[in-house]
Design a protein around this ligand. Structure first.
Ligand code: SF4
Length: 473
């Protein structure tokens, strides 16, 4: 794999215009500043003395919460947390996180699909880890193994920390893969995948990188033939001032240089408390005609993106216990996203990360909450689907019935219907379903192991790919 990368003249001309800014996120990193009373006076109350004693007592033990998932908060998010139990639950470490450490360091065995360090290539789209941190950290993070820099076992038996993507290696892989696809009539000869046309910049949060680094990725991917780039970020909630004029100018210049490349911001709001302004009484503020008022910095940041018609903004979020397992909250969120011009993408059932039992709600409950939340939403507001990520690919929880299906033994208490939305390669099994008898306690697929009624999707008869570099060429 090449170690060097030389930008083209066009790329360099774009990169030469990029301006970086120093941001003042005022981050508190770790529990030590709280335990050692080294945080600003007004932040001291985020944790009670009792909570700090408990958390401090776990330090260095198997139940050390920071070893599982680092603790971090920005000043902006702290201000929102002051009046929001949901945000506190999202960002505050809690001793129950490590009571049961069951779960996987590599949910979905994603590393089976990593042909180059830092890239997951399972579909026609690739996901890249471009950074291993964020401005603040969510306790339920699906990337805790990356953020906490844990060692992950790979299928070839090696055990190592997940590495980050590098421009020379990734662009060489994309060019090589897509050349083979083109030479073989549009399908890769070994993996059966189509052109790698879309890349998701992920991490960690790419928006903690400076504009120059982001610009270098955007331009390099465009030059390598990527058609569509997504940036997955929670920075809109943690530090909306990051979406400042220098960032927007960089995007404008990118669009001017590469107008054919689609750009999608995948934002990540769990709860309306992260973007709606509240009054002294804790109620959301409403303006003329009862329209909700946004937190000013967040409103400006969203407008900055949405005013550029060539960028799409989509929100996606897991449904997490005690954060957003509340139909009213997520109904408001879906309404507001659509009103300002953003789309509602997926709601997720929690993944089987380490300690998932502290955060995940049962699959059937997640379906009920989303379904309930979408009652009364208009057709354009209720596009979001409930997705659970199976090893085979993204799967939709389509329906949960209360009634048995006549003639179907095992359906006496009702059924859950899953549908495969995507799977590797050209998604040959897309649209296939799996029907299981209900288990209201199931938080993961294995909760239905003993009650599979119909499985054309093969969710319960799969094995891991035998070639760890299925996508490698
Ligand atoms: S922003 Fe995303 S990657 Fe960062 S801690 Fe939260 S869930 Fe994890």
């Amino acid at each position: 794999m090449p170690q060097d990368y030389t930008p083209t003249e066009k790329e360099q001309a774009f990169l030469d215009k990029v301006e970086d800014t120093q941001y003042k996120r005022e981050i508190i990193n770790g529990l030590a500043p709280f335990i050692g009373d080294k945080v600003p006076d007004d932040m001291r109350g985020l944790y009670s003395t009792e909570e700090l004693v408990q958390l401090g007592g776990l330090k260095g033990t198997d139940r050390d919460v920071e070893k599982r998932m680092p603790v971090k908060i920005t000043r902006h998010f702290f201000e929102l947390a002051k009046t929001s139990p949901a945000i506190q639950r999202l960002v505050k470490a809690s001793p129950d996180e490590t009571t049961d450490l069951a779960g996987s360091e590599d949910p979905g065995n994603q590393m089976d699909y990593s042909p180059v360090e830092g890239l997951l290539h399972k579909y026609e789209m690739g996901l890249m880890y471009v950074v291993s941190t964020c401005s603040a950290h969510c306790r339920f993070c699906y990337r805790e193994e990356l953020i906490a820099r844990k060692e992950v076992a790979r299928q070839d038996g090696t055990v190592a920390k997940k590495g980050l993507a590098k421009i020379p290696e990734i662009t060489a892989y994309i060019r090589d893969f897509n050349a083979k696809v083109a030479a073989n009539g549009g399908v890769h000869p070994e993996s059966g995948r189509e052109k790698l046309r879309e890349i998701l910049l992920s991490g960690g949060d790419p928006m903690v990188l400076n504009n120059s680094k982001l610009a270098a990725w955007l331009a390099a991917l465009a030059e390598a033939g990527i058609e569509s780039i997504r940036i997955g970020t929670k920075e809109m909630a943690f530090y909306p001032k990051r979406f400042d004029p220098t960032f927007l100018a960089m995007l404008d210049d990118f669009h001017e240089a590469y107008p054919e490349v689609g750009l999608h911001m995948m934002v990540h709001f769990e709860h309306p408390d992260e973007f709606l302004a509240k009054g002294e009484d804790g109620e959301y503020l409403r303006g003329e005609h009862g329209i909700y008022q946004w937190v000013p910095d967040t409103g400006v940041a969203m407008r900055g993106l949405l005013d550029r018609g060539w960028i799409t903004v989509e929100n996606q979020t897991p449904i997490i216990r005690d954060i957003n397992d509340d139909p009213d909250a997520i109904r408001i969120m879906q309404r507001e996203m659509k009103r300002v011009g953003a789309d509602n993408h997926y709601f997720f059932c929690g993944r089987d990360i380490v300690a998932y039992k502290a955060f995940n709600i049962p699959i059937e409950e997640a379906w009920r909450i989303l379904n309930e939340s979408q009652k009364g939403l208009s057709g354009v507001e209720n596009h979001a689907r409930l997705s659970i990520t199976h090893y085979k690919g993204k799967t939709e929880v389509v329906a949960v019935t209360n009634e048995p299906i006549p003639g179907l033994a095992g359906s006496e208490n009702g059924v859950v219907i899953f549908k495969l939305l995507r799977n590797a390669g050209s998604a040959p099994e897309r649209g296939k379903v799996c029907i299981v008898g209900r288990n209201p306690d199931a938080v993961w697929f294995d909760g239905y192991d003993d009650r599979v009624l119909f499985d054309e999707a093969g969710l319960y008869e799969y094995s891991r790919v035998t070639n760890p570099s299925l996508a490698a060429t």
